[in-house]
Design a protein around this ligand. Structure first.
Ligand SMILES: CC(C)(COP(=O)(O)OP(=O)(O)OC[C@H]1O[C@@H](n2cnc3c(N)ncnc32)[C@H](O)[C@@H]1OP(=O)(O)O)[C@@H](O)C(=O)NCCC(=O)NCCS
Length: 175
């Protein structure tokens, strides 16, 4: 599937094999990895990246690579994620630390969520699974209209909060 989402400052496109080294570099940054279980070895990060390509193959959707329109720089991964056992269709976000604080994650997540709701007309809500200590990610969730639910999700020893926005209210605000 050829997908290209343009926002004011960003381009989103499906993550591709050529993004592997940029992705590993981002995930090898202790600032980024701090809220994602800590820095992992390159071989583990390679396998993680391979699973992202596999997610696109199996599900027909998956992470988008985020590029800065002006520079073409690769900034991170944002978008739909729902591996087996996930509590719903998630919009997730991780941005390289050199580009933090510019509102890129919420801008990309709004573009991605518009695409998700258009792609899945019967999807009742979008979720994000967020560690209770991850205030940066909670700030993004709030900016894209999600609120914390009472639900939690146990993932690899972490008890994550489920944040969500229902379709009708999200589309009335951002659609
Ligand atoms: C969460 C994340 C995607 C936010 O990306 P972003 O493009 O910087 O998003 P924003 O610019 O909207 O900033 C979000 C919040 O991050 C914090 N922040 C921004 N710049 C920061 C910086 N340089 N240093 C520390 N915190 C910063 C602020 O609290 C900000 O909220 P505010 O705008 O209400 O003050 C990014 O911090 C990241 O990739 N973190 C590591 C991976 C991660 O935790 N992913 C989410 C897993 S659920």
């Amino acid at each position: 599937m050829t997908v290209r989402i343009e926002t004011e400052r960003l381009i989103l496109r499906p993550i591709e094999p050529r993004d592997c080294d940029d992705h590993i570099a981002m995930m090898s940054d202790p600032l980024v990895a701090e809220t994602l279980g800590g820095v992992q070895s390159r071989d583990i990060l390679w396998r993680q990246f391979a699973s992202y390509l596999g997610h696109w193959s199996i599900r027909g959707f998956g992470w988008f690579s985020v590029e800065e329109r002006n520079s073409g720089a690769w900034l991170g991964r944002v978008g739909p994620w729902m591996p087996e056992g996930w509590p719903g269709l998630e919009c997730g976000w991780t941005i390289a630390s050199s580009a933090w604080g510019k509102g890129y994650a919420p801008e990309a997540a709004i573009g991605a969520t518009k695409w998700i709701f258009a792609q899945f007309p019967d999807l009742p809500r979008i979720i994000s699974t967020i560690d209770p200590s991850n205030t940066k990610s909670q700030a993004v969730a709030k900016k894209i209209g999600e609120t914390k639910t009472e639900e939690t999700f146990d993932f690899s020893g972490f008890k994550l909060d489920v944040w969500a926005a229902d379709r009708a209210s999200w589309l009335s605000r951002f659609g």
